[in-house]
Design a protein around this ligand. Structure first.
Ligand code: 1PR
Length: 569
């Protein structure tokens, strides 16, 4: 008897395990079909792709026991895919059948008026119009969503399914089911375990609620809802920590100026310039800083392993321990980047990028961020098309790249591509490659005055090597391969405090439909307002100003709210 946890083998279930640990609950993992009989309550925190989840449940012999468990009346709490499997089917994998407990299919968000996936903090509108539900949901809180597929809330077409709906949410002009509740079943589309204190309250309320109260929950009224002019999705503020070992071998958070992370050593007597061979800048310990940013209200955190391009075996990877420790402290989404590619352990064991990513997910990461390998993949894909005499811009992947394999297993929302572009200045009359992507600068801008135009070139290995690929080619290519989101850095702006490169961000925004996190150059709270106003991106990331304490995360949130943006305060 007791609380059981269903892990079908993909996605980050560690986050929820950590939140239960934090709340002081013990649980056991479901390891055999028998455990469904032993469980007195069951949580299914599914992350990933619908079809993958159904296949995995089937191959483990769990599908029927899960159906029987739910029919038995014992308490069930599903999260994300754990909610979606209750439905009949999903447009994500139309050939797979769900449990069919809720008689309605899951459809895909339209990207006509918004970016897809729906990633970020959004509200819940409780259908009984209450401010707060017994399950701990409150109308004034924001919860973390990450999904491309949703159950539309449609009481006219699916009246029976609408009886299950408990809370709904608006994204763009679509209203979808955010939580379901009926008798012993409660499930959320959002991730309570990644929704900070507001989410932990839900987990805690469900765990402490007596079974009888749950079974007696009244049915939710079927109320028609029409979309409001604006949805409740907030702009996300992301704090990023570049992690590397210093010269003494300690893992520290560092920060570069245009990617140079070493202190400038004092100029030698008689030398004209300071040498760049000083110590690696040390701005603190990764886990302590992550905990500080979580407490300050960061909407997401990134840990970048910036030495990964030199040496990245999976065995003995010290970043795994950092991720594990950080995930025990923070309950907002955590992205890990650096070294997500095929690797070889010191004993010669080959590890695919999928295995590397899987190790980070199991350690507690929610998304992985791929940089160099994404550039190489898109280059290869375009080369193949070129060799075949086909249009490179229409090239498709062959299913084997890191982006494709990880997106297939964990869902595209778990795959972020981090782009490290640099400006290449040319004369305005330039007639060479990438001329269709040239930016001419604003009439009063410094580049314009210098009589220059520019395009953005991709780099790999932390900006050390330039590649024959433009930022537009890369962004479009990785979107096609299945990336769910972009972190758009700028080597020119990194660490300068001059503000985000809004020309760059606008250019990429025009070319893809997936969410973008603008990065590099933030020097003040006003810079965040500026990037959102000028480009409409979904999120913005900073490092230096937060590490040095020059700007506090709540100040950024206040500036956003003063400028009428939704923000999670
Ligand atoms: O190529 O897949 O192994 O990934 C390597 C990852 O490490 C890439 O995401 C790359 O951006 C990152 N990286 C590599 N070298 C450096 C470096 O600084 N020497 N960091 C580096 C890049 C950029 C951002 C930074 C923003 C905001 N740092 O992470 O946080 O520019 O900074 P600011 O607010 O202080 O301006 P792979």
């Amino acid at each position: 008897m007791g609380l059981y946890f269903l892990d079908y083998g993909a996605g980050n279930v560690q986050s929820l395990a950590n939140s239960l640990k934090k709340l002081g609950y013990n649980f056991q993992w479901v390891t055999s079909a028998d455990d469904f009989h032993k469980a007195s309550s069951l949580i299914f925190p599914g992350v990933g792709a619908f079809g993958q989840a159904i296949d995995a449940l089937e191959s483990k012999g769990f599908l029927q026991p899960l159906r029987d468990y739910i029919a038995s009346g014992k308490p069930y709490f599903g999260i994300c895919i754990g909610m979606q499997v209750l439905y009949q089917s999903s447009a994500e994998n139309p050939s797979k059948r769900g449990l069919g407990v809720i008689p309605c299919p899951i459809g895909e968000f339209s990207s006509a008026d918004k970016t897809v996936p729906h990633i970020g903090w959004n509200t819940v509108d409780l259908l009984d119009s209450a401010e707060k539900s017994d399950e701990g949901l409150t109308r004034s809180s924001h919860y973390y969503y990450v999904h491309s597929y949703r159950a539309a809330y449609d009481p006219v077409t699916y009246p029976e399914a609408a009886e299950w709906a408990h809370g709904v949410t608006q994204y763009g002009q679509e209203i979808f089911v955010a939580s379901v509740r009926k008798a012993n079943v409660f499930a959320t589309q959002f991730h309570p375990e990644k929704s900070g204190e507001a989410g932990l309250k839900i987990v805690s309320a469900w765990l402490s609620e007596p079974e009888v109260a749950r079974a007696a929950a009244p049915p939710t009224p079927r109320i028609l809802r029409s979309p409001r002019p604006k949805d409740g999705l907030t702009k996300r503020i992301v704090a990023c920590m570049d992690v590397r070992s210093n010269d003494r071998g300690d893992l520290v958070v560092t920060k570069g100026d245009q990617y140079d992370v070493r202190e400038k050593a004092p100029a030698a007597p008689g030398a004209v310039q300071a040498s760049a061979a000083g110590e690696v800048r040390n701005l603190g310990k990764p886990v302590a800083l992550a905990a500080r940013y979580y407490a300050a209200g960061a909407d997401e955190l990134c840990l970048m392993n910036i030495t990964s391009f030199r040496h990245s075996p999976l065995r003995d990877q010290p970043m795994l321990a950092v991720v594990r420790a950080a995930a025990e402290e923070i309950f907002v989404p955590l992205t890990i980047g650096g070294g997500i590619k095929d690797t070889v352990d010191p004993d010669g064991t080959k590890r695919s990028a999928l295995e590397v990513a899987g190790a980070y997910f199991r350690a507690g990461a929610d998304k992985v961020s791929i940089a160099s390998d994404a550039v190489h993949t898109v280059e290869r894909m375009r080369q193949k098309a070129r060799d075949a005499g086909e249009d490179e811009d229409k090239a498709f992947g062959d299913g084997t790249s890191s982006i494709e394999t990880i997106a297939r297993a964990y869902g595209r929302q778990a795959v972020v591509v981090s782009i490290d572009p640099r400006r290449v200045y040319v004369d305005p009359g330039y007639d060479g490659p990438y001329k269709s992507e040239l930016i001419f600068g604003k009439p009063n801008g410094e580049e314009h005055e210098r009589g220059k135009a520019w395009w953005y070139q991709c780099t790999v290995s932390g900006g050390r090597e330039v590649r024959p690929l433009s930022v537009v080619q890369l962004a479009r290519g990785v979107e096609k391969l299945g990336a769910g989101e972009l972190v758009l850095n700028s080597i020119d702006r990194d660490g300068t405090g001059k503000g985000f490169d809004t020309d760059l961000v606008q250019l990429v925004r025009k070319n893809v439909r997936i969410p973008i996190i603008a990065s590099s150059g933030a020097g003040s709270a006003a810079h965040f307002v500026e990037v959102f106003e000028r480009t409409g991106v979904e999120a913005a990331l900073a490092a230096g100003i937060f590490h040095r304490g020059e700007v506090q995360i709540p100040d950024v949130k206040k500036a956003l709210s003063d400028a009428s943006f939704n923000a999670r305060i």
